[in-house]
Design a protein around this ligand. Structure first.
Ligand code: GUN
Ligand code: FE
Length: 464
């Protein structure tokens, strides 16, 4: 008789031996030492064997003998790969530019003129290959991207994700409202925007043929001000026809929030819903000015929220009550919002999410009495923020990733601690220090669906 476990052992393509952290709820982080993470030939975590388990030595010995055991050093730890739920790929060359302007001016003066350049495939290819490799090196294994208006550039972004094996979700941006978009950077008509969106979807499906990590096309109305009703309606229909994710911006700033009230006499969220754009595969960015009814609507429709804490400092006009939205049971993850956010690192956004939440609690105006200075609402903890960057993102995109657990994709990052320990450090201390201290330099290896996509050795070899 065959022992089933024995048979599966033979099929593992990699076994990683090491310490890991994974979020099992918003407030609970599991830590395991010297576990064996067994990855199958399809790139899934088939099984995790803990050091006390009966078959531990046997699996380890056969992996070592078969030369597929990756034993980590004591100062290394495995985390799930991060998920960036909101990033504007074409804005990468402007990361950190003109963030002192209000959103509307920043879009018109800096952002739209840059995005217009991506009608050139050459320019697009150069930037996108750089960005995708950068994100992988930063530990981001899945990204939900806004492209630009032009499919010539958007397809280069899809190709870059496929080439470097990042789990990419990519949208052709729709912006056809002549009153709110520049003459030289817009969809000429709603009909054309819809045709181009449909041809983008089909082109992505074609590029995906024979790929093990396919890219996903995403329905992408930029935001209400930049779209006509006809485009919004057609995009809602395309989302349904192809059963695709949707992404947009919602209640990001007083200006945008005010636009819906002024033009539709409705909330931003209500208008998007009316056009069929709030689905259980939709991810709305920012949401700093959502009210309780909007948040309830998102929960009812199972819409994900991309919390972009760095960008929100500049353009959000308020601090998102991320902790309360998480406690409310909404789907919520983290986004860098390049280049409204200056950093491509989800680590930096984890930190800012925690920092902003503290400031929301404390308030900012020293003239006020401490009792009324801040909200005194619960603060987002480091554990909560790690959950957002991993599980929260995975739930929003309906993906089996973001956790170190049997049945999930082996989307992982190996990091090493960059400090000398002068005292005994508990797993909890190391977890918090890792999330506060890790930079790109400490990320040794990144894996998407079992394939190594970034590694320090590889980078060094490339440089030579
Ligand atoms: N709203 C519409 N477009 C954009 C954009 O590119 N960035 C941000 N942060 N908000 C937007
Ligand atoms: Fe954005």
């Amino acid at each position: 008789m065959f022992d089933i476990k024995e048979e599966r052992t033979i099929n593992f393509s990699t076994v990683i031996q090491g310490n890991y952290y994974t979020a099992i709820s918003p407030d609970e982080i599991e830590y395991q030492e010297q576990a064996l993470i067994c990855i199958d030939s399809q790139g899934y975590i088939a099984e995790i064997i803990q050091s006390g388990d009966a078959n531990y030595q046997e699996v380890k010995a056969s992996a070592s003998k078969g030369d597929y055991l990756l034993k980590l050093d004591d100062d290394q730890v495995i985390l799930p790969g991060f998920i960036d739920l909101h990033i504007h790929a074409p804005q990468w060359p402007n990361a950190g530019v003109a963030l002192d302007l209000p959103l509307e001016d920043w879009l018109n003066v800096y952002t739209f003129p840059l995005e217009e350049k991506y009608k050139s495939s050459d320019f697009a290819q150069k930037v996108y290959e750089d960005l995708v490799q950068e994100l992988l090196a930063q530990g981001t294994t899945t990204a939900l991207y806004f492209g630009s208006v032009h499919n010539s550039g958007n397809l280069e972004l899809v190709k870059a994700c496929l080439k470097y094996h990042q789990r990419g979700f990519v949208g052709k941006v729709v912006m056809d409202n002549p009153e709110q978009t520049p003459e030289n950077y817009r969809d000429q008509t709603a009909a054309q925007a819809l045709t181009e969106t449909e041809s983008f979807i089909k082109a992505v499906f074609e590029l995906n043929e024979s790929e093990t990590i396919p890219a996903t096309p995403v329905i992408t109305p930029r935001f209400l001000p930049s779209c006509t009703d006809e485009a919004l309606l057609g995009l809602g229909q395309l989302a349904q026809k192809y059963d695709l994710p949707v992404q947009s911006h919602c209640s990001e700033s007083d200006w945008e929030n005010g636009y819906a009230l002024e033009h539709y006499n409705k909330r931003d969220a209500e208008v998007l819903d009316q056009f069929g754009l709030l689905t259980d595969k939709a991810v709305m960015a920012h949401g700093t000015l959502l009210n309780d009814a909007d948040i309830a609507l998102f929960r009812e429709k199972e819409v994900g929220l991309a919390h972009c804490p760095i960008s929100n400092v500049y353009f959000g006009n308020a601090v998102l009550p991320a902790k309360q939205i998480l406690q409310n049971g909404n789907k919520i993850g983290l986004g860098t919002d390049i280049s409204g956010g200056y950093s491509p690192s989800i680590y930096q956004n984890i930190r800012q999410a925690v920092v902003s939440s503290h400031q929301r609690y404390e308030g900012v105006d020293a003239e006020l009495d401490p009792q009324v200075r801040g909200t005194k609402d619960d603060i987002l903890s480091m554990k909560n923020a790690f959950y957002l960057a991993t599980v929260g993102g995975a739930l929003s995109l309906q993906l089996p990733t973001g956790e170190i657990k049997a049945g999930c994709y082996a989307d992982l990052q190996v990091v090493h601690q960059n400090w000398t320990a002068f005292q005994d450090e508990s797993p909890q201390m190391r977890f918090e220090k890792l999330l506060y201290q890790t930079t790109k330099e400490n990320i040794d290896q990144v894996m998407v669906q079992g394939q190594v996509v970034a590694s320090k050795e590889k980078n060094n070899a490339d440089e030579r």
